[in-house]
Ligand binder design. Structure first.
Ligand code: SAH
Ligand code: DHB
Ligand code: MG
Length: 221
């Protein structure tokens, strides 16, 4: 089995099961023509996030790392009428493109993007006593993953689902001598997770059109 097979099966699955509307396809084209870095989740991973949000009947979702809004749109599609997703993005240019894509997807009233360093936004959300979130998707700034755990927990309630992207990194995660800041960030983050008694976590390894990686799935108890 190799990457070629993984990609073909991923595409087969997506074409068969995702029922993606023309809007999702248009947004995929937009991400490409807007020349955003191709680091959004894959179509199947987007579908997975949507299923998770539906499973926990999420009314409030927090995302860290918006890029062009691709994962936010999948998550947003799972929200009920009065649901809300807050997504944090460092780059104002990306936030602007994401807002356009979100508008196109008809989700503008449900998705709010806060621009700036995520840590700053998380502190502000906490200080404002924002209601806790039912699902959190962490997908930005890997070297700083360890700094996000505390804030994610503060913004959680028992039952909150936390999904953290890119925690396998083609297996580099098991290299104790790695000098890659992203790998080290994720390693420390996973170690911290293991120390949190209130978290039940596992790593879901993934092969996809995006290569070999994985998501950490946690539930707050
Ligand atoms: N979740 C998106 C992809 C996010 S890519 C999707 O799947 O569609 C990671 C994003 O995090 C990038 O847009 C990057 O600009 C943003 N980012 C990087 N450092 C950040 C920081 N410190 N605070 C907030 N966002 C950050
Ligand atoms: C990168 C970031 C991601 O969130 C991802 O899914 C893939 C790659 C990156 O920064 O390289
Ligand atoms: Mg990612």
């Amino acid at each position: 089995m190799n990457q070629n097979t993984f990609s073909k099966v991923d595409k087969f699955s997506g074409n068969l099961l995702n029922h993606n509307d023309d809007i999702i396809k248009t947004i995929e084209k937009n991400l490409f023509t807007e020349e955003l870095p191709p680091i959004n989740v894959s179509p199947s991973q987007g579908q997975f996030l949507k299923i998770m949000a539906l499973a926990v009947q999420a009314k409030r979702i927090l995302e860290i790392g918006t890029l062009g809004g691709y994962s936010a749109i999948h998550l947003g599609k799972a929200l009920p009428e009065n649901g809300k997703l807050i997504s944090l993005e460092l780059e104002a240019d990306y936030a602007k493109l994401a807002r356009q894509n979100i508008k196109l997807a008809g989700l503008y009233s449900k998705i709010e993007i806060i621009t700036g360093p995520a840590i700053k936004s998380l502190i502000e959300l906490t200080e404002k006593n924002t209601a806790p979130f039912d699902l959190i998707f962490l997908d930005a700034d890997k070297p700083n993953y360890p700094h996000y755990l505390k804030w994610m927990l503060k913004l959680s309630h028992p039952g909150t689902f936390i999904i953290s992207d890119n925690v396998v990194r083609e297996g580099e995660i098991i290299d104790p001598d790695s000098t890659d800041a992203k790998v080290i960030g994720v390693q420390q983050f996973l170690h911290q997770m293991s120390q949190e008694k209130q978290l039940t976590s596992t790593i879901l390894q993934t092969v996809s059109v995006k290569g070999y990686d994985g998501m950490a799935i946690s539930i707050v108890q």
